[in-house]
Design a protein around this ligand. Structure first.
Ligand code: HEM
Length: 487
């Protein structure tokens, strides 16, 4: 009976899916729309943006079905459809694409679901309290100070600087210090085994997500890539496990004998669930690893894009410089206070507009926990659903002149009429990004230090860029940006 019910449900689901709008390009049995990739997985981002843009402009639908091989994905390209999925507390489970993160991150906040997620979210939310962010501001000041000193040294000695990389290493030092209370000194040495493993594992995860032949764990673990994956996991877990164990040993001495800054890890070590239990070392490790993954590459990509865009718009850069001069005066290396950060309203609008044009996480996925009405269509329970933030942020019926860089879109008076799910770089609803205040603070500190000291020039034209956006949106080659010291 169970089996028959399963088959009946399967056919009912297929019937419901067949009524959903399809993409302009046909889907073929077994391969679906994958032939549009032309055998080149590196075209994945180009492929999904082209397809979803066609949904928007040619079919003018808010959702559609994209067949990734034999798997149907509901693509969401409009704020109204995104709201149905993201606002609901029912569709909070992550899609199967996140399963490739499990070997590294376990089921921490990003990848967990159900009761476990609810409990963890309640427990971790206080880590982003204003007072703790104040401690983190100190770290951000120190690390961005090192960034400027390093840049000065390199520019003085005529060394060519990869600005994106310098900013990324600074963001990595900040997250290590704030998540674990441990420095990896990536700004001094970007070649440590931990740093290398962090980047390589992200590459392998992305590769697995878009290559069905690498999906089956028993086969993958026997491959060369699978063995490398295992090796990277032992480096990453070994490092964080070691830090957590050491920190746990000195947990109770902290305040009296060993005053030091609070890290997320300390909050987790002291946290208690509703039934009075503390988190196990494994639980803590899941969350620390999650912060290491979610908490720096996202911010680094956002800052790199912001520097690129600012470097293409001298008029806007001039306004930023005027604001920085008004707030900081001649002091180009001092400690930035929270009060000063509040005054950087133009820079904040620039950051927001850059995240619209280049959202660090261009799409994210859920699985529907029950049948769901989206616009005029019924979508069956179990459908893998991908929210295309990048497409929504460029939707021509939602944003006027969407390709134009215009920070004033984020003036309060211009936001009031906009759909609340038109701008979703941090996702939205109950499962939004827990770190968004942290990220905005970090971006403001680093960008204001950098731009107060330098005039940036970006030499690549937008139309010449090849963008890669599997997990994080970035240019596939380093952006050619130069710095000129401000007089
Ligand atoms: C510009 C920077 C950032 C962007 C654009 C960003 C974006 C996002 C997005 C889109 C999600 C939802 C992902 C999904 O539904 O699968 C998310 C979730 C999350 N982010 Fe961020 N993020 C940023 C920075 C950070 C930082 C700095 C941290 C931590 C310090 C962080 C921690 C997390 C965590 C833990 C989640 C999972 C939340 C949950 O499911 O409850 N993020 N982020």
């Amino acid at each position: 009976l169970h089996y028959r019910k399963g088959i009946a449900r399967h056919f009912k689901n297929r019937l419901m899916l067949s009524r959903l709008p399809s993409l302009p390009d046909p889907a073929y049995p077994l391969i679906g729309h994958a032939y549009l990739l032309r055998g080149d997985p590196s075209r994945f981002f180009e492929f999904v943006t082209e397809t979803t843009n066609a949904m928007v402009t040619e079919v003018n639908e808010k959702i559609g079905i994209l067949w990734l091989g034999p798997v149907p994905l509901m693509v969401v390209c409009h704020p109204e459809a995104a709201e149905v999925v993201l606002r609901s507390s029912k569709h909070m489970e992550k899609s199967y694409l996140y399963k490739f993160l499990h070997p590294w991150l376990g089921t921490g906040l990003l990848t967990s679901g159900g009761e476990k997620w609810k409990q963890r979210r309640r427990l971790i939310t206080p880590s982003f309290h204003f007072n703790i962010l104040q401690d983190f501001l100190e770290v951000m000041n120190e690390e961005s100070g090192k960034l400027i000193n390093n840049l000065k040294k390199k520019l003085k000695s005529g060394v060519k600087v990869d600005v994106g990389k310098a900013v990324t290493m600074c963001a990595l030092d900040i997250i290590c210090e704030t998540a674990m209370g441990q420095t990896v000194n990536a700004q001094e040495n970007d070649d440590s085994s931990y740093v290398r493993a962090l980047y390589r594992i992200s590459e392998l995860i992305q590769l697995r997500q878009k290559t069905p032949t690498l999906w089956w764990d028993p086969a993958f673990s026997r491959m060369k890539l699978g063995k490398e994956h295992e090796n990277l996991l032992s480096i990453l877990h070994g490092f964080t496990r070691d830090v957590i164990t050491k920190r746990a040993k000195t947990r109770d001495q902290k305040i009296v004998e060993n005053p030091r800054r609070m890290a997320f890890l300390d909050v987790l070590l002291h946290a208690e669930t509703e039934d009075g239990k503390t988190l196990s070392l494994n639980d803590i490790q899941e969350e620390v690893d999650t912060f290491m993954f979610e908490g720096h590459d996202t911010t680094a990509a956002a800052m790199t894009w912001a520097i690129y865009v600012i470097g293409r718009h001298p008029d806007i850069q001039k306004k930023i410089h005027e604001e920085l001069d008004a707030v900081f005066g001649e002091d180009r290396g001092g400690t930035i206070t929270n009060n000063q950060l509040q005054k950087l309203s133009y820079l904040e609008r620039v950051i927001k507009e850059c995240l619209r044009l280049y959202p660090s996480v261009p799409f994210y996925a859920r699985v529907l926990s029950e049948d769901c009405k989206v616009g005029d269509y019924m979508v069956p329970k179990g459908t893998q659903t991908v929210i295309f933030a990048h497409t929504i942020h460029h939707h021509p019926y939602v944003w006027e002149d969407p390709e134009k860089f215009d920070p004033d879109r984020f003036l309060a008076e211009n936001c009031v009429k906009r759909h609340p799910y038109a701008y979703i770089p941090f996702s939205a609803g109950p499962r939004n990004c827990i770190g968004q205040k942290f990220a905005l603070m970090e971006e403001k500190v680093i960008l204001s230090k950098l731009l107060h000291n330098y005039f940036v020039v970006s030499h690549d034209k937008k139309e010449d860029l090849v963008i890669n956006g599997d997990l994080i949106l970035r240019s596939s080659t380093p952006l050619n940006i130069t710095l000129e010291a401000r007089k």
